[in-house]
Design a binder for this molecule. Structure first.
Ligand code: DX5
Ligand code: ZN
Length: 220
């Protein structure tokens, strides 16, 4: 098994201390930093845009993992490339021409991911599995941090692993929403390799210690 990749989501950070909180993540040697972009249309909340992603990218050497929960993602790819994204993940539900959008992200030299909501079938991304670097399974309904992990995700992770073997594809599997100290081991055993954690990291009394603890439990 490969080393678990921890991807703290700055959605849960204290924005008055954003630089210091990212430094705390750096201290723990985070692999990735997850940026949640919400537009108030695809999801019922507005988060932040490319300027914050750029500030985050300037504050860390970690891989900048941008999760677009926005309609018409094609119109914003360039802005997030310029902001310093290393990977852009788009929702299947927002893309009329998903294959084209994935190609366009890769043509900018970035890694490309596809995300699906808890009620979207795995079958809907089957045709694209050989073209993506990552599949993100939402384990909450996107829009807000601090929600509870939806248990049906465990089985979806296992099914996605099987599909990957069948297709001999080599994307990473990321899980996003409600991941914490209590469930991360089971999430890992079910097949996740990249673990987004917002509240579990940024609401912790000691951020570097919490990252170390999450990583240890995800190690199987
Ligand atoms: C939800 C976002 C998640 C969220 C995770 O719409 O995509 O990345 O920030 O936050 P927690 O870990 O608090 O559920
Ligand atoms: Zn996310």
């Amino acid at each position: 098994n490969q080393q678990p990749i921890l991807a703290p989501s700055i959605l849960a950070a204290d924005y008055t201390q954003l630089g210091a909180q990212i430094q705390a993540c750096n201290k723990a040697g985070i692999e990735w930093l997850h940026c949640d972009i919400m537009d108030g249309h695809f999801v019922p909340n507005i988060s932040y845009g490319p300027a914050i992603v750029q500030a985050a990218a300037d504050s860390t050497d970690a891989f900048i993992d941008v999760h677009l929960m926005i309609e018409n993602p094609d119109a914003y790819i360039r802005a997030f490339v310029d902001a310093g994204a290393n990977q852009i993940t788009v929702h299947q539900e927002t893309c009329t021409h998903l294959h084209r959008t994935i190609q366009s992200i890769r043509q900018h030299g970035l890694a490309a991911g596809v995300a699906i909501n808890p009620a979207t079938s795995l079958q809907s991304i089957e045709p694209i599995l050989n073209d993506v670097n990552l599949v993100l399974l939402m384990s909450v309904n996107p829009g807000f941090g601090g929600q509870s992990f939806i248990p049906a995700t465990y089985q979806r992770l296992q099914r996605l692993c099987t599909m990957r073997e069948e297709q001999q594809a080599d994307f990473l599997i990321e899980v996003d929403g409600g991941v914490n100290l209590d469930n991360i081991e089971k999430v890992s055993r079910s097949g996740a390799e990249v673990f987004v954690a917002g509240s579990a990291v940024f609401k912790a009394p000691d951020i570097p210690q919490r990252i170390a603890d999450l990583r240890e439990k995800a190690q199987i």
